[in-house]
Design a protein. Structure first.
Length: 407
């Protein structure tokens, strides 16, 4: 006997078929057993399936639970003042040079108590959950030494243990050089002390870096990636956001799960990503907040067959975005994705960007029963409405997981 039979619904399985990129089943039903999808198909075929509980969904569309594959969720303070500076014409680089940017968040994070960090991160996480997220990647990166970086990953672990959501922790080991730090010593410490300790304690599933003129060089990132491989950790990279340093191609050489941002990506980088199976993660919130004009080369990525994911990039300075539907809408209106591409970008492709495509991201037998039921008439509405309210039902591991974003 199944645990649950979900009826009176339509399903976007996200298993693409010719002419149907969403793998839609109208007048559908699905069964859940032990937290996993057992069967999905036309309601007429599943109506007689025995189940301990039958749940009518009133004509809702069911999708996989949304996957936010790029966030910086744990930090202290805000950078609201920088919003005013940008509106006055200051660039990202100018704000950083004036002591703002990531360095200011590192200071605020160091000053915050563990309880304050956990409480503020929980509020942001619940906003994403209320929007339909059932899987959320959480990066470190706002620490000034190994102990403070490990502290952020511990906060992420606590969140994953206390909230009905799958947390995927990423060690953002090379994000920004703290003010006054010795560059060579900082990089060596991140590679030789921080990374091994995070791996030993099981605090991260992947390692990330910021390959940029105001971040770290390709040579420094390559040393980090080589060390990650030695410790059995996958890699990801903030690449080609403000300039083209060849970060995407570098990431691809190390079989990176994803390369993220990509506004300045070139043909060689796209080809390398396609050959390696590296997902391109588009972050329209940062493009919008920074008032950028150069868009990621979406047509190039499509031509090369690079899978496209979409994420909020929730962070205090360059993407204070807490609504996954808005991220999908921005991906459509700013970057030219189709609504179908945007939904795939926050389900099946986002799961691949985290190395979780065997577990979540589609509605198939054997996958985790992480689902959302939406009061919409067509799945395209998820990329159409600007800031659509969240799902009418959010299901994690087969069970209802309501959330109050105000809590």
């Amino acid at each position: 006997m199944h645990d649950r039979l979900l009826t009176q619904c339509h399903v976007a399985t996200m298993v693409a078929r010719p002419g149907d990129p969403l793998g839609m089943i109208r007048d559908a039903a699905l069964t859940v057993t032990n937290g996993r999808i057992a069967r999905v198909g036309p309601a007429a075929e599943l109506a007689a399936e025995p189940a301990a509980e039958t749940v009518p969904l009133g004509g809702a569309w069911v999708t996989p639970g949304l996957v936010d594959c790029h966030t910086h969720l744990v930090f202290g303070g805000t950078r609201a003042a920088e919003h005013a500076m940008r509106r006055a014409g200051a660039s990202y680089q100018e704000i950083a040079a004036a002591g703002g940017g990531i360095a200011s968040t590192i200071r605020a994070t160091a000053a915050a108590s563990d309880d304050a960090l956990l409480g503020s991160a929980r509020r942001r996480l619940r906003a994403l959950m209320a929007g339909g997220c059932t899987t959320v990647e959480v990066k470190s990166g706002y620490g000034h030494d190994p102990a403070s970086e490990l502290r952020l990953l511990e906060v992420a672990r606590v969140l994953g243990g206390e909230e009905p959501v799958r947390i995927v922790p990423t060690l953002l080991a090379l994000h920004a050089l703290p003010p006054g730090a010795n560059r060579a010593a900082f990089v060596a410490q991140a590679i030789d002390k921080l990374l091994p300790e995070a791996a030993r304690r099981g605090l991260a599933t992947a390692v990330d870096g910021f390959c940029e003129g105001i971040g770290f060089t390709p040579e420094e990132i390559e040393r980090l990636f080589a060390a990650a491989a030695d410790h059995g950790l996958r890699v990801k990279l903030h690449a080609e956001q403000l300039s083209n340093l060849g970060g995407a191609a570098l990431a691809a050489r190390y079989q990176a799960l994803s390369a993220d941002h990509l506004e300045h990506l070139d043909e060689a980088g796209a080809m390398a990503m396609a050959q390696a199976g590296t997902v391109g993660v588009l972050l329209p919130g940062a493009f919008y907040a920074l008032n950028e004009s150069r868009k990621p080369p979406v047509d190039l990525l499509r031509r090369r067959g690079v899978r496209l994911a979409v994420a909020t990039d929730c962070n205090p300075g360059t993407s204070p975005l807490l609504n996954p539907q808005l991220a999908m809408n921005m991906a459509c209106t700013l970057f030219g994705l189709s609504p179908e591409e945007a939904l795939a970008g926050m389900t099946v492709n986002a799961a691949a960007a985290l190395g979780l495509d065997a577990e979540v991201g589609t509605i198939e037998p054997g996958k985790a029963a992480d689902l959302c039921a939406w009061a919409i008439e067509d799945p395209a509405e998820l990329g159409y409405w600007i800031g659509l309210p969240g799902p009418v039902r959010r299901i994690v591991a087969g069970r209802d997981a309501p959330v109050d974003p105000r809590a």
